[in-house]
Design a protein around this ligand. Structure first.
Ligand code: HEM
Length: 313
């Protein structure tokens, strides 16, 4: 007999969308974990051939584990403590209970669905933090460098990002979500050659420097050393305050932890020079379960309701 395969949430791989929203929610005091997961699992994104919105749902690992024990990677936890480098440089821990990532062709539809989601969950959870992201000149981040060059291709991305079948959490993924604010004035004042040595790539075409400086971002996060991840970073903000929403998916949290440690100089190696020009304002780990694991927990009455009515206002 064929074994059922767990399917990753497809929004993780839905490239090319122009508008993004990240909603991080906290469970209301006294709200039942099972009910909250059930309600999130029964959210349905509106689907038309042209104007659809992708919805990816994730949970604080401990919350998911309390509802569906043994179905997340073993020992997976949220970001419970700030990560502090030897000189005191700190990556904050701002863990929430639920994350909903919405992407669509334009912000009007993403906005409507965001509002629908927050309202649908309002009896059990409140919106704690929201971010709106937009692609900057197709594939640049706000440092002006091409971001994503070393991302695995879609064929390999699933291997990097999705827990393999046969182990706890199969078809799911570990998401690290962080808001990094850039120090734009300081960065812009840096000559391009120095910016290139900070990133470890050429600004014009993304070509890797040979040799790449030890303190460069690509050296401090080298996937040949730390393992592969799949990034969906996006720009956010206004002229005065802006930066990068780091959206990293991995089959294994340890790879992301090792990259963070390496970036801030924990473990002996020199820190990533990029951390002098950007600082994290938020940080959390979420478990993004497979479609099947989610569907199994969807509230039955909500399922029927949402099949008839999408979440647009
Ligand atoms: C301000 C925040 C960040 C910015 C602006 C940024 C930007 C970039 C850029 C421009 C590159 C080079 C092009 C590419 O290969 O994609 C890159 C590479 C990379 N970044 Fe970041 N990044 C940020 C934070 C992070 C964080 C927090 C992590 C990990 C936890 C990370 C992991 C990686 C990895 C794995 C690579 C590819 C390294 C390789 O194997 O060559 N980045 N990033």
């Amino acid at each position: 007999m064929l074994r059922a395969v767990a399917t990753a949430q497809p929004g993780i791989f839905a490239l090319g969308t122009m508008s993004h929203a990240y909603l991080e929610l906290d469970k209301r005091q006294g709200a039942d974990h099972r009910e909250l997961v059930g309600l999130v699992a029964s959210l349905r994104e509106p689907r038309t051939t042209i104007g659809g919105v992708n919805l990816v749902a994730g949970f604080r690992p401990e919350l998911w584990e309390s509802v569906a024990p043994g179905t997340a990677p073993a020992q997976l936890t949220g970001l419970t403590q700030p990560v502090v480098g030897p000189g005191g440089y700190t990556l904050p821990a701002t863990q929430h209970d639920v994350v909903i990532w919405l992407t669509g062709a334009s912000y009007d539809v993403v906005f409507d669905v965001s509002r629908g989601v927050v309202s649908a969950l309002s009896s059990l959870a409140t919106l704690a933090h929201e971010m709106v992201g937009w692609p900057y000149h197709r594939d640049l981040d706000l440092t002006g460098f091409i971001d994503g060059t070393e991302n695995p291709t879609l064929v390999d991305a699933a291997k990097a990002a999705i827990v393999e079948s046969g182990v706890p959490g199969e078809g799911g993924s570990v998401l690290l979500l962080q808001q990094w604010e850039h120090d734009a004035m300081q960065w812009d004042a840096l000559p391009v050659a120095q910016q290139e040595s900070v990133i470890g790539r050429r600004k014009a075409d993304g070509e890797e420097l040979d040799p790449k400086p030890k303190t460069s971002h690509v050296a401090r996060t080298d996937q040949d050393e730390f393992g592969k991840i799949f990034r969906r970073n996006i720009a956010y903000g206004t002229l005065t305050r802006h930066g990068t929403i780091f959206v990293g998916f991995s089959a294994d949290r340890a790879r992301l932890d090792a990259m963070l440690d390496s970036m801030i100089g924990r473990g002996g190696a020199p820190a990533d020079r990029l951390t002098a020009f950007a600082h994290a304002l938020t940080g959390a780990y979420y478990f993004v379960p497979s479609i099947e694991a989610l569907a199994a927990l969807a509230a039955a009455d909500q399922r029927a309701l949402n099949d008839q009515r999408a979440l647009t206002t």
